[in-house]
Design a binder for this molecule. Sequence first.
Ligand SMILES: [Fe+2]
Length: 368
Amino acid sequence: MKLKSIHSVYNQDRLAKPIYNDLGQTLLNSGVILTDKMIDRLKNKGVSYVYIEDASTEDIYVEDTIHGKTRMKALKTIQGNFNTISNQMALGKSVDIDKLSPSFSNLVKEILLEIQSKKEVISMLSEVVSYDSYVFHHSLNVTVYAVALGQKVGLNQSELHDLGLGAMLHDLGKMGIPLEILNKSEELTVEEFDLIKSHASIGFDMLRKSYTLSLITAHCAYQHHERLDGTGYPRQLAGNDIHYFAKIIGIADVFDAVTSNRVYRQAMLPHEGLELLYSGAGSLFDEKLVDSFAKTVAIYPVGLEVRLSNGEEGVVAKINAQLPSRPVIRVLKDKDKNRCEKDIDLSVELNVTIIACETAIDQYKKVQ
Ligand SMILES: [Fe+2]
């Protein structure tokens, strides 16, 4: 299968993976032949990329990092619990996190198990997210990225559990902020931006009262927008005054935010998201953590169409876990644009590099 930008998918292309809506219901099944009408509908739903069947890449299959069933169950739990909290806040009632914390804790354990049972790098590209349920998907994705990064840097099981809970609940404070402000596509007023920023302290205030959650969880919510150089919020903490877990969650948070479709912009590809993190490495984000994160996620996801420095074009066929920046490429066009079919392993052919890949915005965009 090939991963195609929705803008370069054509009438008669055949879907290689099903597309789900937020509730886990199938919007379009794998094997469906796409029509112009369907493609327009997917564009309107905010879908950036789809997997398309293709004879020359038939044997290339993309595994989901989190099993579809686990993902849907997780989203149901997060959505249900967050909505309960949001309703309690709207009624001015105090929120009893301890009633909900066992289900969050079980969920983190399940995600941890699933990540630890896999050796591959994390790849979560094919999710369809409607704008209204963004925060639930985001909370789940940030948990997956944060726990995977935590594992990479050698945290122990109990630390990973606390980190996972901190990641899952990092944006809990947003339950007190109206959706029309969270999803506003126009520029925010200063007051609106201040209101959004308040989610860090709101979340901390809710979580620190818990008897069952570690205080670190509350601090993850409080500090995930703090930045190394003191330019973050709400307290402008700097350097080692920021908890290590909050630094991890800060990286996972930014990466998921920029690689997801939002009301105000299209999703970046993973290598672009990483580039953005690297541009802030050492100033905004811990450099060593960014380096470790680059080894945790699939920089070039399987199925992505790429152009190589030797003039050949092809599709990412396999990720090298030890060197995710240099995957195996199924070459489909030689340097003279003639059809061909061969695999080239960039972890072996070190003189060849990826110079461009297909993005949702341009047909091919140069890799910086
Ligand atoms: Fe946040």
